[in-house]
Design a protein around this ligand. Structure first.
Ligand SMILES: [Mn+2]
Length: 371
C-alpha cells in the first residue's frame, strides 16, 4: 500500500476509533518481550473500549505470561496469548482462523516485533498502528498513526482519550503512568518533556499513585535478580577510548542464578551512568541468538547504528537482534565498535585510576541520625 494512504492524521485516528461499533471484536496488542509501555498502553486502551461497552481483548505478542512486575495491574489477568486464539491443530502445523474486526498494534513499529500476534493481524479485517517510534518506510497495517514526540505510547493514548472525551478512570490513569514511567526511565531520559509532566499530573489527579507504582515496578525483585545485577556491574568495561561502556549477560547466567527472564528488562540502565561515556552497549546472549541494547544521552543517534544491522528504535535508545545468531560477543564488538563514538586513546585506563583522595568514609557524630 502507498505509504501516504496508510499514514493518518490524529483527527482521522480519532474518527476511526470513534466509529468502532459496540459488538465489534477488537484485538489490542503490544510487542514481543513486553515492557512497561507495551503492557500499560494495551491495558489502557482495552479498558477505554470496555468503558464504552466494546469488548476489546488485550493481546500479548508472545505465547508467555506478562512479566511479573506488571501482574498487579488491573486487567492484566485478561491478557490473552496468541495460541489461545490460534491453536495449532494436531494434524497440521497451520494455525486456525480468528478474524478480528479491528486489530490495534501499539508501540510496535515493525511486523517482526508482533511475533506470534502477527498472524492475528493478518487475519483481521482492519489493522491500525498507534505508536511513538520513528515510523519505518514500510508499514504492516492498513492505517498508521505515529507521534514521535510522545514519551511513551501510553502517554499518547492518555492524551488521545482526553481529546476524544472518552472516560479515563483510575485503571487507565495507572496503566498510562506505568507506560510513561517505564519509557522515560523514571523521568530521567531525554524524551521527558513538560507535556510528560502535564499528562502524568492528570493521571495522578485521576487516581494513579506514583509511590505505589514505582514500588511495584522497581521495589519487588527477587534477591537473585540483585545477584545478576552484581554480575553485570562487575563486567562493565570501557571501550572505544572510554566513549562506550559495555556489559553483557547470557542465558547461562539466568539459569545459574535462578533469575526469571521477567527481571531482565532495562538492565542496560545499570551501566549507562558511567561518567564521560557517550553510549552504553549491552549484549544478551540467548538461545535465540545475541540481542543488543544501545543507549545514548540523545546526542549520538544509536537508532541509526541499529538500523545498519537490521535493528531499530529511537535516537537515544535502540536495539538489534544480531543477524548472525552464532556470533560471539567478540565478533559483534569487532563489527559494531567502529560505528560507535571514539574517545581518546588511553581514556579507559585513566577512568579507573583516578587519584582519589578519599581513603575512608567520613564519620558523623552520630551515625544513627543520618538518613
Ligand atoms: Mn514505548
Amino acid at each position: 500500500m502507498n505509504v501516504d494512504d496508510m499514514n493518518i492524521t490524529r483527527k482521522q485516528l480519532t474518527e476511526v476509533l470513534a466509529e468502532i461499533p459496540v459488538g465489534a471484536c477488537v484485538l489490542i496488542s503490544g510487542h514481543t518481550r513486553a515492557d512497561g509501555d507495551s503492557i500499560g498502553s494495551v491495558l489502557a486502551l482495552t479498558r477505554a473500549f470496555e468503558l464504552r461497552g466494546i469488548q476489546a481483548i488485550p493481546l500479548l505478542a508472545d505465547n508467555a505470561t506478562p512479566p511479573a512486575p506488571y501482574l498487579w495491574m488491573a486487567g492484566c489477568e485478561k491478557f490473552t496469548r496468541p495460541e489461545e486464539l490460534l491453536p495449532e491443530s494436531a494434524q497440521s502445523e497451520s494455525p486456525s482462523n480468528f478474524a478480528a474486526d479491528v486489530f490495534i498494534a501499539l508501540d510496535t513499529p515493525d511486523f517482526g516485533r508482533l511475533n506470534k500476534a502477527g498472524e492475528l493481524l493478518r487475519q483481521s479485517n482492519k489493522s491500525i498502528i498507534i505508536d511513538h517510534h520513528p515510523p519505518l518506510k514500510e508499514s504492516y497495517a492498513d492505517l498508521r498513526y505515529t507521534q514521535v514526540e510522545a514519551a511513551a505510547t501510553g502517554e499518547l493514548i492518555w492524551a488521545l482519550l482526553g481529546e476524544m472525551n472518552w472516560q479515563r478512570d483510575e485503571a487507565i490513569a495507572t496503566a498510562c503512568y506505568v507506560s510513561t514511567l517505564s519509557d522515560t526511565g523514571s523521568f530521567q531520559f531525554s524524551n521527558t518533556s513538560k507535556e510528560t509532566f502535564a499528562y502524568t499530573s492528570e493521571m495522578i489527579e485521576a487516581g494513579a499513585q506514583p509511590a505505589k507504582i514505582a514500588q511495584q515496578l522497581y521495589g519487588q525483585k527477587p534477591l537473585a535478580a540483585l545477584h545478576l545485577e552484581g554480575r553485570i556491574l562487575s563486567r562493565a568495561k570501557l571501550l572505544n577510548g572510554g566513549a562506550v561502556v559495555h556489559s553483557y549477560l547470557s542465558d547461562a547466567d539466568l539459569q545459574e542464578l535462578g533469575v526469571p527472564v521477567d527481571y531482565t528488562e532495562n538492565l542496560i540502565d545499570l551501566i549507562r551512568c558511567v561518567q564521560d561515556t557517550d553510549v552504553a552497549l549491552f549484549i544478551t546472549q540467548s538461545s535465540k541468538g545475541p540481542r543488543l541494547s544501545l543507549r545514548s544521552d540523545g546526542k549520538f543517534d544509536v537508532s541509526a547504528v541499529a538500523q545498519r544491522f537490521g535493528g531499530g528504535g529511537h535516537k537515544p535508545a535502540a536495539g538489534i537482534t544480531w543477524p548472525d545468531k552464532t556470533a560471539t560477543k567478540e565478533q559483534i564488538l569487532d563489527e559494531l565498535l567502529p560505528h560507535l563514538p571514539q574517545g581518546e586513546e588511553g581514556a579507559e585506563m585513566a577512568s579507573c585510576q583516578k587519584d582519589w583522595k578519599l581513603v575512608s568514609l567520613p564519620v558523623t557524630e552520630d551515625d544513627t541520625l543520618e538518613i
